[in-house]
Design a protein around this ligand. Structure first.
Ligand code: HEC
Ligand code: HEC
Length: 338
């Protein structure tokens, strides 16, 4: 699975370790099999997708040794049954440090243009360094990770297979990034309907779909395309004062206060609570929010305004959102704890 076909002109910078920046990396297009209708996955040129990296990445994803106190793995906050998200509004880090933000699901993350709610990571590798070292997540450091992994014959063997070297934090990050890249979800009932199976959706779900893609709701203008996200940043007026300033932290532009990356809606029925701070607990609350037009806020997108949907229409819209659940994704044994 090493084969790589096309070289993109795009480059990205990624940082490994906290202290030194890599030279800009070429991005290459992988031949890894993807769901029908999905574009091929791009990866940094020096981190091609291989089976050995996927299996090492999977081991690491489920291993609490990666956190400083040995109490949290990636899967503590990104659980497969929840489409790789969790059930609490804001995540608790190692030693129960409380963060500000809701753990997003990891779904088709290979295709994002930036990672985290504010888009501050420019590659999955950079994002994962953040998770491993953040005091409100795993609070670890690269030396500790390398030292712990080197003590395990199992890991020494898996690193040799994947990278031909002994365990290092840098390669651990690459392997975890590879595992995250193959968390692909594209087999919901909606997908089956899109591929021509008109019996895959009920009449209510089809009515909800028509509303979702209509100029009445504007939903698909932000949550559009096969990934149900424009990967752009918007404020939808969840608050009229944003304690967490979101995209502003990256750009320093005050027009970006309160803006967050549009989340995918795939598997949305499984990923409550909702929004960057988990402030809405049910899909009904989310739909009420949109129907009311949200709170007044200076940077709120003009498309977020009262929609005037009836309760029957809201039921249809909710029914449509439920068709985005991909039960194979959440039960696929090759993505589960090894
Ligand atoms: C303590 C809970 C917690 C742990 C442990 C954790 N995460 Fe996260 N993860 C989060 C939260 C919260 C965010 C959003 C943070 C933000 O936007 O600032 C996030 C964001 C992400 C994202 C970005 C998704 C996107 O679409 O932008 C990915 C990918 C991810 N985590 C993968 C991982 C991996 C891999 C690990 C293990 C190395 C890990 N996480 C460990 C809570 C956690
Ligand atoms: C202007 C762009 C935009 C439009 C239009 C829009 N959304 Fe959103 N949506 C977002 C953003 C951005 C977020 C995250 C906001 C936050 O956390 O502050 C979001 C969050 C959500 C969430 C919660 C996702 C999660 O993982 O927490 C759901 C569900 C949702 N939108 C559904 C809809 C529906 C249904 C419509 C149409 C009625 C719609 N959206 C219209 C941009 C938009």
């Amino acid at each position: 699975m090493q084969a790589v076909v096309v070289l993109c002109v795009c480059t990205l910078v990624f940082t490994i370790g906290c202290d030194h920046a890599e030279a800009p990396q070429d991005v290459v297009v992988s031949e890894y099999p993807v769901p029908s209708g999905f574009p091929p996955i791009s990866t940094p040129r020096d981190n091609l997708i291989t089976d050995a990296k996927i299996s090492l990445g999977r081991l690491l994803f489920y291993d609490a040794q990666l956190s400083r106190d040995g109490d949290l793995s990636c899967s503590s906050c990104h659980q497969q049954a929840r489409a790789f998200s969790d059930t609490i509004s804001v995540s608790r880090g190692t030693q129960s440090e409380i963060g500000l933000r809701n753990a997003p699901p990891i779904i088709n993350a290979a295709y994002s243009r930036s990672w985290f709610w504010d888009g501050r990571a420019r590659s999955l590798e950079e994002q994962i360094i953040g998770a491993l070292t953040s005091p409100i997540e795993m609070a670890s450091d690269t030396a500790l990770i390398a030292e712990r992994l080197s003590q395990s014959p199992n890991y020494r063997n898996a690193f040799t297979q994947a990278f031909g070297t002994s365990p290092s934090a840098r390669d651990a990050v690459r392997a975890i990034a590879t595992f995250c890249r193959v968390l692909l979800s594209g087999n919901s009932r909606f997908d089956r309907y899109s591929r021509g199976d008109s019996s895959a959706l009920s009449d209510a779900e089809k009515r909800g779909m028509a509303l979702f893609f209509s100029a009445r709701t504007h939903c698909s203008e932000c949550h559009g395309g096969v990934f149900f996200s424009d990967f752009d940043f918007h404020s939808i007026g969840i608050h009229s004062h944003y304690y967490d300033r979101g995209r502003y932290y990256v750009t320093g532009n005050e027009h970006d206060i309160g803006k967050f990356k549009t989340p995918t809606l795939r598997n949305i029925a499984l990923t409550a609570p909702y929004m960057n701070d988990g402030t809405l607990t049910t899909l009904d609350q989310v739909l009420q929010h949109y129907n009311s037009g949200g709170k007044p806020f200076i940077n709120k997108d003009p498309r977020i305004r009262p929609l005037g949907l009836t309760s029957a229409e809201l039921d249809d819209l909710r029914a449509f959102l439920h068709t985005l659940t991909d039960s194979m994704f959440i039960t696929n044994p090759i993505l589960a704890k090894p």
